[in-house]
Write a protein that binds this ligand. Structure first.
Ligand code: FAD
Length: 528
């Protein structure tokens, strides 16, 4: 079981292992490998690791109810993981390994090595696609024969392919069943039930306040993820059993009218309302599957096929879920994006402020603009209210609305001209939903270096973006209390005299100045 598989239901690797064990009459043992070196190499954040460990502890209990032991081990160095896993598996006398595929380069190399070393030992390795609804490699552009680098045609073919074979793409694999024979009392494996899942991993500890806060905002477990899904799909889901809603049934219109997904089409870019599902932490750790999201949505809306082309809230939401598959496909098909390189190589020489020689710290002049700007961006003190509110929200909650992620990412790469990789890393450190494929996709979109990116000359004006994302101003006033008394349009771009009075910083850089510098640097990569 991997960091992206934190569930029992709808889990192909686990389900297949249980079915095979039944046929072979041998027990199943679930193995989780903790690899701190991988966490460092992949910028895994302490919050995400804590979320994984919380889910893992719950999974261990649920698996124990099925008489399946979950054994967690920590292995270093990471290069030796295949060897060490096989030695352990051999010591258990296991002949088959089942796992779900992780598409990052290092992980694919690790699994290739595992397969290579397993064969001479007579151990069969079975790897399953489980993260995406349509797995990477299935869809490619007919004209080039390559993976898609543009979203719309990918989405069109995605919908056609999925709808042509719904049973294959959406079907939930069988839920794991109890171990036969039971291993709980067995002298060989019984001790595995006693393996403790650590509460933290050295080097990735959260302080107690953050740990408690994350546990409160993002509770672990499949049941909670399902509740959050139902809360998004229907306000009544908490009190009623949600099954398929026949739109003509009494009360059905009420359910459909009040659920948030219906308003998603109009409201999804509003950060001052609770408009989106907030399921990303659960999806990125695999606590719930994307298949389950679609199955449940289709049931509610009585969809016979996946409708991801219309303007309705449900269609729009489905399109977002398809973005997740798209970025995973990109990561698997163009490995350079997970190696810190831009997808559009022509931008690899763009001059970033943080690549310039650092200023002499003893000089009395202006502080190094990069270090100062970056620090202010991280702390939410850039002097641009929407950027600061969003960054404080990330720092506090480990999550922020998609539109605000785009605004702060573009502000860092374009206005501050700081390399997108610096922002990408900071997001991974702070986000509870950190996912290499989506995070890299989002950052490279904002930096204009990625697949289907925002063109470099379309630089968001953060002030006008702010009025669209937070028209009521409630979001800014909540996260930037210095501005809580400011009303009206001033809130989005307060004057120097107002901010000086309120003790709020003036902007690091004015929009016009930042925009012009970014346009110059992107137009002529390599020139400062
Ligand atoms: P909803 O609007 O309810 O969407 C449902 C699901 O669809 C999401 O949970 C997510 O899995 C998927 N989704 C939605 N939008 C996108 C998108 N643009 N790209 C890919 N998948 C999407 N998402 C992550 O899961 N992890 C990240 O590390 C991450 N980093 C990002 C960094 C940047 C700079 C940007 C611009 C976007 C990033 N996203 C990331 C995508 C998106 O912002 C989040 O998935 C979304 O905000 C999660 O909120 P939600 O669950 O309420 O989304």
């Amino acid at each position: 079981m991997r960091m992206t598989d934190m569930r029992l239901s709808d889990n192909r690797g686990l389900s297949n292992a249980c079915m095979q064990s039944r046929m072979d009459g041998v027990p199943v043992i679930v193995l989780f490998v903790i690899s701190p070196q991988d966490y460092i190499a992949h910028d895994r954040g302490a919050r995400k690791i804590d979320f994984t460990l919380r889910n893992l502890r719950l999974l261990k209990e649920r698996l124990a109810d099925l008489d399946i032991p979950l054994h967690a081990v920590s292995f270093t160095p990471r290069k030796k993981i295949p060897e060490k896993v096989l030695a352990l598996v051999n010591s258990f006398g296991c002949k088959r390994i089942y796992a779900n595929i992780e598409y990052e380069v290092d992980e694919l190399r690790r699994d290739t090595e595992l397969c290579k070393l397993a064969r001479p030992l007579g151990i069969q390795v079975n790897l399953r696609h489980n993260k995406s609804i349509i797995e990477p490699g299935v869809l490619y552009a007919p004209s080039s024969g390559k993976a898609y680098a543009v979203y719309s045609p990918y989405r069109k073919l995605w919908l056609k392919t999925a709808n042509a074979n719904l049973a294959h793409y959406l079907e939930a694999p069988k839920h794991p069943n109890a171990n036969e024979p039971s291993v709980r009392e067995s002298s060989t494996f019984g001790h595995l039930f006693a393996t403790e899942i650590p509460t933290s991993i050295s080097g990735f500890e959260l302080d107690n306040t953050d740990k408690a806060k994350m546990a409160e905002i993002w509770p672990e477990g499949e049941e909670r993820a399902r509740e959050i899904l139902l809360r998004f799909l229907s306000t009544k889901a908490r009190s009623t059993q949600l099954g398929a809603v026949d739109p003509l049934a009494p009360g059905a219109q009420d359910v459909l009218k009040h659920n948030r997904i219906v308003k998603y089409g109009d409201d999804r870019d509003r950060a001052d309302k609770d408009t989106t599902s907030r399921l990303s932490p659960y999806l990125s750790s695999g606590v719930i599957s994307a298949r389950e999201l679609l199955r449940t949505t289709m049931e509610l809306f009585n969809m016979k096929t996946i409708n991801g082309e219309g303007d309705t809230g449900a269609s729009r939401w489905i399109q977002e879920v398809i973005w997740r598959d798209f970025y995973t496909d990109v990561l698997a098909s163009f490995p350079r994006v997970s190696m810190g390189r831009p997808f559009l190589e022509k931008y690899s020489t763009v001059v970033w402020e943080n690549h310039q020689a650092p200023q002499d710290p003893n000089s009395a002049g202006k502080p190094n603009s990069d270090a100062d700007g970056l620090m202010r961006w991280k702390l939410g003190k850039t002097g641009v209210p929407v950027v600061d509110a969003a960054m404080r929200c990330i720092n506090e909650m480990g999550w922020v609305h998609n539109r605000l992620r785009m605004i702060v990412a573009m502000y860092l790469c374009k206005h501050l001209m700081i390399d997108w990789k610096v922002g990408e890393r900071y997001f991974m450190e702070k986000l509870i939903d950190g996912d290499l494929a989506s995070n890299n996709g989002g950052w490279q979109w904002s930096a204009s270096t990625g697949v289907d990116p925002c063109p470099y000359f379309r630089i968001f004006n953060p002030h006008s973006q702010s009025t669209k994302a937070d028209p009521s101003g409630d979001f800014i006033r909540h996260w930037v209390p210095e501005l809580k008394l400011v009303r009206g349009p001033d809130l989005h771009n307060p004057s120097h005299s107002v901010v000086d009075k309120l003790g709020y910083p003036r902007p690091v850089i004015e929009h016009k100045e930042g925009r012009e510098r970014a346009m110059r640097r992107f137009k002529n990569p390599g020139e400062a």
